[in-house]
Design a protein around this ligand. Sequence first.
Ligand SMILES: Cc1cc2nc3c(=O)[nH]c(=O)nc-3n(C[C@H](O)[C@H](O)[C@H](O)COP(=O)(O)OP(=O)(O)OC[C@H]3O[C@@H](n4cnc5c(N)ncnc54)[C@H](O)[C@@H]3O)c2cc1C
Length: 463
Amino acid sequence: MTSAPLALRVAIVGAGPAGIYAGNLLTNAVAERGGRVEIDLFESLPAPYGLIRYGVAPDHPRIKGIVNSLHEMLDAQAEVPEGEAARRNIRFIGNVEVGKDIDLDELRERYSAVILATGAIQDAALDVPGVDLPGSYGAADFVAWFDGHPDVARTWPLEAREVAVIGNGNVALDVARVLAKHAVDLRSTEVPDNVLTGLEASAVTDVHVFGRRGPADIKFTPIELRELGEVPGVDIVLHDEDFDGVDPAAAANNQLKVMLRTLNKWRERPEGTASRRLHLHFRHAPVSIEGEGRVESIRFARTETGADGALVVTDEIREYPVQAVYRAVGYYGSRVIGAPFDEARGVIPNEAGRVDGEQGLYATGWIKRGPVGLIGHTKSDALETITNLVADAEAGALSAVDSADVLDLLDERDTEYTTWDGWLALDAYERHLGETHEHARERVKVVPREEQVAVSREGALVE
Ligand SMILES: Cc1cc2nc3c(=O)[nH]c(=O)nc-3n(C[C@H](O)[C@H](O)[C@H](O)COP(=O)(O)OP(=O)(O)OC[C@H]3O[C@@H](n4cnc5c(N)ncnc54)[C@H](O)[C@@H]3O)c2cc1C
């Protein structure tokens, strides 16, 4: 007996790279089996692309360019039987937050499966005294500000001359680089105008980046690290004491070897005379943020590596005068009301993408395995989740569905959802703003949510 071809309706929650790769891989997997799948991609923001639009730094246009291939995936036309109207494989439904504008259960009733790809947008907590003092900021909030996220304040306080950035991953480098860079060097990027104006007025002279472990344990990637040394008008400052016993040849992998060589080269540079400095400090565990009413300094305990490789915090305390602290100690996953959530790890508990104890519910991307890894990793993630979803569908484990169109429900609720055509209009409008800007740019982002929704729903305001 041959089984009937697969016929699925699937909802994906989150239009970041993980959700888009999942949609594309599911489309291909079902098509290879001669079946059909209709995919609705829900996104709480009016525009797609998640942290590529609202996380990746504006001076990384090559990475931002990954949206071009994701665009093609969302724009692809489904093969439809003769006589049926052409339609896109994946229907983008933006400005709809699942758990608020529509319940997860309402999706589960309407679709054979729901894939959660909600990623992360908030900072993980850092538990040190003084963390709530004015002048202590989460890196995620600052990133959201400089990338023009619609739900954060339009202005950012940049009066501090000396700034501490806590963390030794790429986000810490992004934050430190954007803080240290002279605003003129960001002019040609897609930073929103309010951000450029804010950065132009920045008083910063010294940005100090602190890592708990030694230089051989950094979590940067070589390209991001190397880039720091090329920022115009900014000197890199390193401290010999942090490099005692560090041997690039003995590094755990090639990436680390390359980065240790980069750091050593910088150590050999003559002392610079630039107006801004970016200091990289290692072996510093944060102890407390100090200040009367606002941040005035930060204290660290020096650390060592024990014989077993474990981190040993010593009682040697160092204090640095700073007027602002940025905590880049990781992101925390975006939960979905109605879905299980592991509070400690900030992820949806799952086994290879199948959400624990929930038939027909899947997870992918950062919300599946935690907020680490590059965009490319979300593709392999999605492959695992989709392989299991398709296996479940073939085994008959995905139940039949109510075929009512979810857009009718959203219309009934007067939800101002945005569509793929709406995104094309907003994209064209932002590019137009870029072309006509006094400093020609690829795009100028529209920041306020209402404005994004208006351009998406009412058509481009381009003459
Ligand atoms: C500051 C920063 C810089 C980075 N730089 C790089 C880089 O240079 N190169 C690189 O390869 N990687 C970089 N990354 C990593 C990359 O951004 C992630 O690997 C990737 O975005 C994770 O994809 P995701 O789809 O799982 O999550 P996200 O990109 O977070 O997408 C999740 C989407 O789900 C939406 N959503 C959340 N909750 C709901 C809900 N309830 N209803 C509807 N929608 C919802 C969100 O709005 C978002 O659009 C960076 C990350 C950060 C934080």
